[in-house]
Design a protein around this ligand. Sequence first.
Ligand code: PEP
Ligand code: MG
Length: 911
Amino acid sequence: MPKYVYYFGSKRTDGSAEMKDLLGGKGANLAEMSRLGIPVPAGFTITTDCCNDYFAKGAVFPDGMKEQVERALKMVEDEMGMRFGDPANPLLVSCRSGARSSMPGMMETVLNIGLCPKTIPGLIKKTRNDRFVYDSYRRLITMYSDVVMEKAEGIDPEEGKGIRVQLESIMEEVKRSKGYKNDIELTVEDLKRLCNEYKKRIRKLLGRPFPEDPMKQLWGGIGAVFKSWNGKRAVAYRRIEGIPDDWGTATNVQAMVFGNMGFASATGVAFTRNPATGDNKFYGEWLPNAQGEDVVAGIRTPNPINEETKNPQNMHLESLEKAMPDIYRRLDSIQRKLERHYRDMQDIEFTIQEGRLFMLQTRTGKRTGTAALNMAMDMFKERLITEKMAVLRFKPEQMDELLHPLVDPAAEARVKEIAQGLPAGPGGASGQIVFTSDEAVEWARNGKKVILVREETNPEDVAGMRAAEGVLTARGGMTSHAALVARGWGKCCIVGAGMVHVDSVSGKMTVDEKNYKKGATITLNGTRGYVYEGQLDMIDATENPYFQKFMNLADKYRKLGVRANADTAEDARVARNFGAEGIGLFRTEHMFYGEKSEKPLFLLRQMILSGTVEERKNAINKLYRYVKQNIKVTLEAMNGLPVTLRLLDPPLHEFIPQDHGRQKALADSLGISVREVKKRSELLHEVNPMMGHRGVRLGITYPEVTEMQVRAIFEAAAELNKARKKALPEIMIPVTCETNELREQKVIVDRVYGEVLKKYKIRKINYLLGTMIEIPRACLLADRMAEVVEFFSFGTNDLTQMGFGFSRDDIGAFLGTYLEKKILKDDPFQTIDQEGIGQLIKMGVAKGRSTNKTLKVGICGEQGGDPNSVKFCHRVGMNYVSCSPYRVPIARLAAAHVAIEAAKGGKKTSG
Ligand code: PEP
Ligand code: MG
C-alpha cells in the first residue's frame, strides 16, 4: 500500500524539502523547518499521489489512507498533548492545500477544525477566553460552509449570493445595528447569536446542517482541499501559469495555534527581503489578535513588521519590533536562518500564541522582475549563491516587465494624485476602470485597456487581473492575494488605497466625494502607489545599473548567438543597444510600408504591374536607388556585424492600389489606361496568396528582380568598404523548397558579384549566401539545399503555417477554443511546437549539416524571442536566434539559462 501520509513535528519528521513533488511546496518546507529545529506546530501531509488517486476513484479516498491519517493524528495528539474531539482538552487542526509550486490563494483552507458544542466548553476552560472560542467557531462555520459545503460541492452561486457573503452580511448587520466599527467589538453574546444564525442560514440555503462531529469536519476538510485543485480559480491560474493538471495538491493537516487569543497573540506574513524592490531588508506585515487569513484577506490594514520598512500607509501603526521586541528578535534570527538555508528569499508565515512564536510556512517568495534581478546580484555579491545560480534566478519571462513603461515623472509632477495606496506591482498603467473580473476580460477582449478596481483583494479575480493593464484595490496589504499574484506577473498594482470607495453594484468608485464611473480613465503608478485621474504619459523604464552587469554575467554562459529582426537603421541601433550581435532578418519589403515609402512604393507598384520585361526593367532601375540606400544605412549601422538581407518576399496583392487616384497615376506612368491597370491587377489576384507567387518564385519568374537586389547589396557593401567601413551582408533567399531554385538564383548572385568587383575595382566583398527554411519540403531535402548555400534560417512563421496547415492570419477564429479545450497547449505561432514542427527543424538542421559541415543555422520566425523556443534552438544546435529588438535581452538570458541547465545534466524546460 502506498505511503500517503508524512508526519512532521519535533519528535519525528518523514519528509524533507526535496520531496516537493509528493508533499507539495508547503508540506516539504514544513518538514524541512521541523528538521532544522524551527518551532512548527505538529502535523502531517497527505500526498499529491493520494490526491490523484482520490480523483481517479471518482472523489473517493483510496484504500488504506484512513488508517494512515488516524495514526498520524494520534501522533499529533501525543506531541501537542491534546486530543482531537476531546471535551476536556480539545486539539483543533487546520487543513491546507499545497501544490508543487505555489498558487497563492487559488486553493482552499479550513481552519479551527474540531470545534463543536462538545469541545467548546473544554477550550473555554483551557483558554479562559470564551470570546476567542466563539470567534473561532464563527470562523470555522464560515469557512467550512463556503469551502466544504458550497465550493467543493460544485455549487456556483451568482456574484454576491454565495454563502460566505451571506454570512458576512449577517455579521455586518449586527455590527451596524450595534454601532460597532470593528469585528473586535463583537461580544461573546453577539458571537454566540451569530453562530446560531449562521447555522440556520446554512441549513436553509444549502439544505444540510453544518456538521458538529470533529471527524466528519476533518474528512470534509481534506476532501474539499483536494477538490479545490479543480476549483475555478485554481484551473484558471494553472492555465495562465502553465502548471500541469496532473500534479494534484497535497493536504496539510496541522495542529492549530492561535494568533487571536488576545493581545499577546498575533499573526503575520513576511519576506526575508523586499519582494517589490529586492532591498535586503526584512519586510512584512502583522496583526495583533488575529488569524492568518486576516492578513492575506486584506480586511484590515496590517501593521509593519519593523521600524525600518514602515511606509506612509502604515506609519501610524505599531511595528512588531516595538510591540514584542523579544519575539521580533527570534523571528529575525529564524528568517535569517531560513534564507541562509534555502539560499533564496523566503516568504514566511508565523503565529504568536500567547507569547510563543510558531512558524507556519516558508517558501521561496514571488518577486517582481526588478527585485529578482537585484536580489540575484546582491546574493551573488554576498556569496550566498554562485554566479550560475545568480543567472538562473532571473527568469527570461520576468525580463519583459523590466522593460515595461513607467509613468513619466514630468507628467506626474504636473498633477495631483487622487488617491494613494501600497505599491504592490511595479510600472505604470493607464486604462478605463471596470469593477468586476468578467468586465475586465470582456472589455480587454474588445481591445480596451482596463484597470480592474476592487474593494478587496480577492483571488477569484485572476482572469480579470490578467486581462487588465493594472489593478487597484481599496483594502489589503502588500502580502494580500492581489499583491502576490500581480507581482508574480510583473503587473502594475496598487492595493490598500483606503480613500477609494468601490461600489461595484452601481459601477462607480468614489474618492473624496467625487464619482468615477465605469469606463472613466485613470493612471496608476504601481512603483510609488499613486492613482491619477485621466491618462498620463509613460516612459521606458530607466536602466537599472545592475542590468548591464547581470547581462554580462549571463553572456558568459550563453552559447547561442542572438540577433534581431530589423529593417531600418533606427531599429538596427536599438537592437545593438539591447546587445544584438547582428541582424537575422531584414525584410526588404518593409521599406514599402509607412513613413517616406510613397515614392518607392509607387515604383514597386509599377514593377508589379509591368506588362513586359522592358517596362519592368524600367521600374526596377528607378527602384534600385532606394533599395540600395536602405540596405546601405542598415549595413553601416551594424558596423561589420552580419546583416541577413532577405530578397523580396512580398504578398503582391497587398501592394496593389485600390483607389482611383493612385490607379490613375500608375496608369499614366506606365502609359496605359486605368482599365488596363485594373485588368492587370485582377490577373495578379490569387486564391491562396500565402502559397502563391511569392519569395523565390518571383525571382525565378522575374530574374531581373533578384538581380537588382543582389546588385544593390553588393554595391552598398562595396561603397562602404571603399569608405573604409565594415559591412557583412548575408543574402537570403525566401520560400524555397527545391535545390534547383537555389542553383538558379546562385548563378545570378555569382555573376552580379563578379560585375560589382570589376566596377569598384576591388578583389573581394565578404558575404554569405543562404536560404530560409520555411516549407516542410525544404526540411525533408535539407541535405541537398545545404550543398548550394552557406546558411539556413528557419522561418518558423511559415513553417508552422504549412506544417500545421493553419493560416497564420486566420488562426484567431479557432485558436482560443483550441487552447481552452487543451487540444493545443500553446499558440504554435508564439512558441515552437517542439513535438511536431520541432521534428522538422531537427531534421532540417541534421540533414543540412550532414552535407555541409560549416553550415550556419539560425531562426528568424516570431518564436525566436520566446524563452522556451530559444532553449529548443540551443538544444537542436542552432548557431543563433533572431527576434524583435526588444526581445533580444530576453533571448540572451534564455540562451544563458539553457546552456547552464544543459551543463547541469540536461534539465528540460517545459514543452
Ligand atoms: C517566417 O516565415 O518565419 C519569416 C520569418 O518570414 P515572414 O514572416 O516574413 O514570412
Ligand atoms: Mg516566411
